[in-house]
Structures are given as structure tokens and as C-alpha cells.
Design a protein around this ligand. Structure first.
Ligand SMILES: [Zn+2]
Length: 291
């Protein structure tokens, strides 16, 4: 699932293709739970309009329209936002992946999973939002309109401080990892970076949030910011479906210390990395380095 770094990479690389270009037409798929705003309303509202900015809050992308409205995009589990000129095996069906060499792949052809297709008046590259599992979301906000999806987000994870985390952990019996995944506390952290940050901070993911000292909260907050920034620097994690808008893969998966390394030796102490469920999520940790 795309987390803050993958959404930020998407923002940085898709912004030049989305911002400042007048939309000639938006092509959509049929109504589904992908569309919080019905597709016919999106199509008529976006025709002829221009996005003047593209920001990120947590895992949401917020496009500003010239009339003051906002276009909200969420990549969900498998969402891909990319240029019509992107090439990646991650855009192919399983059958095509196995039968085609990378050099044989032509341009991506929009398929039934391509829910949004932005065509521009300049006739340059189009922008596609494709989502095989439809947990992604699109929503249009009128000028001045607010939505609880955005309003309830906590502090952006790149700005989390030890003091804020310490306050959020008080009287919370939940596991520290569950607290880190709570988007109303910290926006942007998901399963990968919660596990990685807790490894670097030396904290077991299942420990109660309220048991964290001020010092440990400082460590966790620092490691969250650090792993997220490092992941952005390396292009994000391409573990399943994530591709950058130009079709390239991220490289952060090569630097993982614990996430999805069950049974492999810890890079620090050689102890076998373990997996268990915390907050209903597969959670990875080193029993030696984390206490
Ligand atoms: Zn270890």
C-alpha cells in the first residue's frame, strides 16, 4: 500500500504533468466505490479547468482548481497515477508479464481499471489513475467545502515531534504500532514505515503506547521522519504495485531492516526476524534489537 513516501514521490513527479495544463476531457469508468464524487459530476466539473497546485496531506493528494475547489485523490491499496508515456511491468496483467520481455512492451493501453484519464488541450501526455482493487478514492470539493477525511488527519508524519507523539501516547493502552498507524494521530505512516521506524528506535511494536517514555517518543518520532525522508530520497518502496508516475521503481525496499523479512537474519545482530499480528497487521521485528 502506498504510504507517505510513495504518495510524495507520486506528487513530485505527476505535478509537472497535472498542474498548469487545461483539461480537455476527463474519461472515467462507470460509477463504483472508487468515486466518492459521481463520475458524471467529475467529468463535467473538470472539463476545461486547470489544476493550479498539487499538495499532499498524509496519504492524500490535494489538487487545487482555479475556482478554489479541490480534487482529492487517494491511492488506496493498489492505485497508480502515471503518465501515458510510462512503461512498467507493474502495469501489465500477470499473463503479459510472463510472456513479454520488457523491450517488447508497448505503451500502456487504458483498461477497465483505469478509472480516470485526463486528456489535455495541449494534446501532450495524458495522466491515468488506475486501480485494480478500487480501494483508491477520488472526490471533488467545492470552493470552501471541507471534508472529514481531510479534517480529521493528524499531523503530517514528516513533521511529527517527540513531544507531540508523547502527548498522543498518554493513557493509550493500544500498541505503539497501532497508534503510529492511526491517521488521526500521525498522517502518512503505514505498515512498512511503522515497522522500520520501530526497528531503528529499538521498540517492540506490540508495547503499549502509554508505556513509552518521553525519550523513546523522541527516538520514534526522529526515526519516523528519517525513514520517510530516506524512502523519498530513494524513490519509495516498490514492493507490490507502486510505480512512480514515470514508470520507474523505487529502491527503498532494498534497505528494509525488518518489513517482510520474516525468517531472514537481522542486519545488525543476525537474529532471525519474526512476524506477528499487531493491530491486525502483519508486523515484523527483531527480538534482539527491539525491546
Ligand atoms: Zn537485531
Amino acid at each position: 500500500m502506498p504510504e507517505l513516501p510513495e504518495v510524495e514521490i507520486t506528487r513530485q513527479r505527476i505535478a509537472p504533468l497535472l498542474v498548469g495544463r487545461r483539461i480537455a476531457e476527463l474519461v472515467t469508468t462507470e460509477p463504483s466505490y472508487f468515486f466518492i464524487t459521481p463520475p458524471e459530476i467529475l467529468r463535467s466539473a473538470l472539463r476545461g479547468s486547470i489544476l493550479v497546485g498539487l499538495e499532499r496531506r498524509g496519504k492524500y493528494l490535494l489538487g487545487s482548481l482555479e475556482d478554489g475547489g479541490q480534487l482529492l485523490l487517494h491511492l488506496g491499496m493498489t492505485g497508480q497515477l502515471f503518465s501515458s508515456r510510462a512503461r512498467s511491468v507493474r502495469l501489465l496483467t500477470a499473463a503479459a508479464r510472463s510472456s513479454l520481455a520488457p523491450e517488447e512492451q508497448g505503451d500502456f493501453e487504458p483498461d477497465r481499471h483505469t478509472h480516470l484519464r485526463f486528456r489535455f488541450e495541449d494534446l501532450g501526455p495524458e495522466v491515468y489513475f488506475r486501480d485494480v482493487r478500487k480501494f483508491g478514492k477520488v472526490m471533488l470539493l467545492a470552493p470552501g467545502e471541507r471534508h472529514e477525511r481531510i479534517d480529521r488527519l493528524g499531523v503530517d508524519a514528516l513533521e511529527i515531534t517527540g513531544a507531540a507523539l508523547f502527548r498522543a501516547t498518554r493513557k493509550r493502552k493500544t500498541a505503539i504500532k497501532a497508534l503510529l498507524l492511526d491517521q488521526s494521530v500521525i498522517a502518512g505512516v503505514g505498515n512498512i514505515y511503522a515497522d522500520e521506524a520501530l526497528f531503528y528506535a529499538g521498540v517492540r511494536p506490540g508495547r503499549r503506547a502509554m508505556a513509552m517514555s518521553r525519550k523513546i517518543c523522541e527516538d520514534i518520532a526522529r526515526e519516523i521522519r528519517r525513514v520517510l525522508l530516506r524512502s523519498i530520497e530513494t524513490g519509495g518502496s516498490s514492493i507490490s504495485d507502486f510505480i512512480a508516475p514515470d514508470g520507474s521503481d523505487g529502491r527503498y525496499q532494498d534497505e528494509r531492516r525488518v518489513y517482510a523479512r520474516t525468517g531472514e537474519p537481522c542486519h545488525v545482530c543476525r537474529t532471525t526476524i519474526r512476524r506477528k499480528l499487531v493491530a491486525q497487521r502483519g508486523t515484523h521485528y527483531c527480538p534482539q534489537c527491539q525491546s
